[in-house]
Ligand binder design. Structure first.
Ligand SMILES: [Zn+2]
Length: 172
């Protein structure tokens, strides 16, 4: 089932999320719904607070090559355990900040641990787009958005655009 995505600014997007202590059927269902919502948007990552659930859960799939097999990835309690000194710059966007893009510098490679949908501990190293995406999504779990990396003026400009968009959506 598709869920609706919160649009910035929203207080729920600024909160630190709680760890998931037990992967209940509801939590597994939420992960499935988030993947469906992400693919439908379409996007390459989605965090639980973006659908109004303040739990440490993200989903991602950064496979972009035409015809390549999808790689739906579900992470409960993801944690960055190591990051490279080398950085990379990507033009980032966010499903909670539609149609706004800006370059963000982040570590080029990160090691991440998490619990998968079946409750197993996982550890992997991510690079390229996957590295940027997983860091962007984990930021969401700490109430941080990609625009928080931008200069205040640029951030305010984007926030005002989003406020206007929300007013228009409320009227529609
Ligand atoms: Zn985002």
């Amino acid at each position: 089932m598709k869920r609706s995505i919160l649009i910035h600014p929203d207080p729920r997007l600024k909160k630190a999320c709680a760890p998931v202590t037990d992967i209940t059927d509801d939590m597994a269902k939420l992960a499935d719904d988030m993947l469906e919502t992400m693919y439908d948007a379409p996007g390459i990552g989605l965090a639980a607070p973006q659908v109004g659930v303040l739990s440490r859960l993200i989903v991602l799939d950064c496979v972009k090559e035409e015809g390549a097999a999808p790689r739906p990835t579900v992470m409960f309690n993801p944690e960055i355990t190591a990051a490279s000194d080398e950085t990379s710059v990507y033009e980032e966007g966010c499903l909670s900040i539609p149609d706004q893009y800006a370059e963000v510098t982040r570590p080029a490679e990160v090691e991440v641990t998490w619990i998968d949908r079946d409750g197993n501990s996982q550890k992997a190293t991510f690079d390229k787009l996957w590295a940027t995406c997983v860091q962007h999504e984990i930021d969401h779990l700490d109430g941080k958005l990609f625009i928080d990396y931008l200069k205040p003026l640029k951030r305010q400009l984007i926030t005002r655009k989003m406020q206007k968009l929300k007013r228009e959506m409320a009227r529609a």
